[in-house]
Ligand binder design. Structure first.
Ligand code: R5P
Length: 295
């Protein structure tokens, strides 16, 4: 029997894209809210004896986690042999430390909740910083699909004489990888974050790269303050308007408009979160990881 892939609301396009890469039956589920705001889920497709995966990217996660975990329970109780989760964007990975007294390490708790309800996890470039590997917080097996190849191809095809710029040390892992694949130069800046929207990024030394097109690359763009600060530096020192590339287009509130207004020449993202900036498709890489968990 073929596996069953069920899209949580909003994840239908990615699930369709995965279906172009391997064979599975589409599972149907009702996911809705009762009038009191509680979630009501129901697995509509027969899953007895089947391997099932749920596709649910986890930006704006607080509204998504309860119905997702309830649906995983419903599918298991309906007799599925296994229940996997395909979450191209994995939430809560940035809360990986107790930054202030009285806080908790949210990454550990959210990972424990998810690990309790699903058998495996596939995601794309999770924010691994102080947590070096997903296995440190997830007790289930996981696979990470990478965006570097897709980003490198996009840069090679669309930007003339690119100079990749990582806005902070954490971005070095992705930027170096993309630069090597695209065979283009890169620099990494230093960032100090003082608050949600208060970041300072070092001024790049770019004299030898003046003829290049700056391409900022980061894993997550949320408030866009990191990119906006960097775009400001580049414009002030007279470089061409930069292209901004995000793996995960979180774009909180007006962040996308703010980044445009700050002087970005173009804003491009991978399709791990559905957004008008999506131009780099990762279904093929995600599908390859998902297949590793299916018979
Ligand atoms: C941080 O550690 C990440 O790699 C990104 O640099 C960060 O998430 C960007 O956040 P924002 O868009 O809010 O500046």
């Amino acid at each position: 029997m073929k596996p069953v892939g069920t899209a949580m609301p909003g994840n239908e396009r990615l699930t369709d894209d995965l279906a172009a890469h391997f064979d599975f039956d589409r599972g149907l589920a009702t996911v809705r809210r009762f009038p009191d705001g509680e979630s009501h889920v129901r697995a509509e497709t027969s899953v007895e004896g089947r391997h099932v995966f749920i596709v649910c990217t986890l930006d704006r996660p607080d509204d998504k986690l309860v119905p997702l975990l309830l649906l995983a329970c419903a599918i298991r109780e309906a007799g599925a042999v296994s229940v996997g989760l395909v979450a191209p964007y994995l939430a809560y990975m940035r809360q990986d430390r107790q930054f202030h007294a009285g806080e908790t390490i949210s990454a550990q708790h959210v990972a424990a909740w998810i690990s309790r309800h699903v058998d495996w996890l596939v995601t794309v470039d999770p924010h691994l910083h102080r947590i070096a590997d997903l296995s440190q917080v997830y007790s289930i097996p996981s696979r990470v699909a990478h965006a570097a190849d897709g980003v490198a191809s996009w840069v090679r095809l669309n930007v003339s004489q690119p100079l990749l710029i990582g806005p902070d040390e954490e971005s070095a892992q992705w930027v170096r990888d993309v630069a090597q694949r695209a065979e283009v130069p890169f620099i990494i800046l230093a960032k100090t974050r003082r608050g949600d929207r208060d970041v300072e990024v070092s001024v790049p030394e770019v004299d030898r790269w003046r003829s290049h097109t700056p391409v900022l690359v980061d894993d997550i763009v949320s408030t866009a303050r990191t990119m906006i600060e960097t775009v400001g530096h580049l414009r002030r020192i007279g470089l061409a308007a930069p292209v901004c590339v995000a793996v995960h287009a979180v774009f909180a509130q007006t962040a996308f408009e703010d980044l445009h207004a700050a002087g970005a020449a173009d804003i491009v993202s991978c399709d791990t979160i559905s957004h008008p900036s999506n131009r780099i498709a990762l279904a093929s890489a995600i599908a390859a990881s998902v297949r590793e968990f299916l018979p």
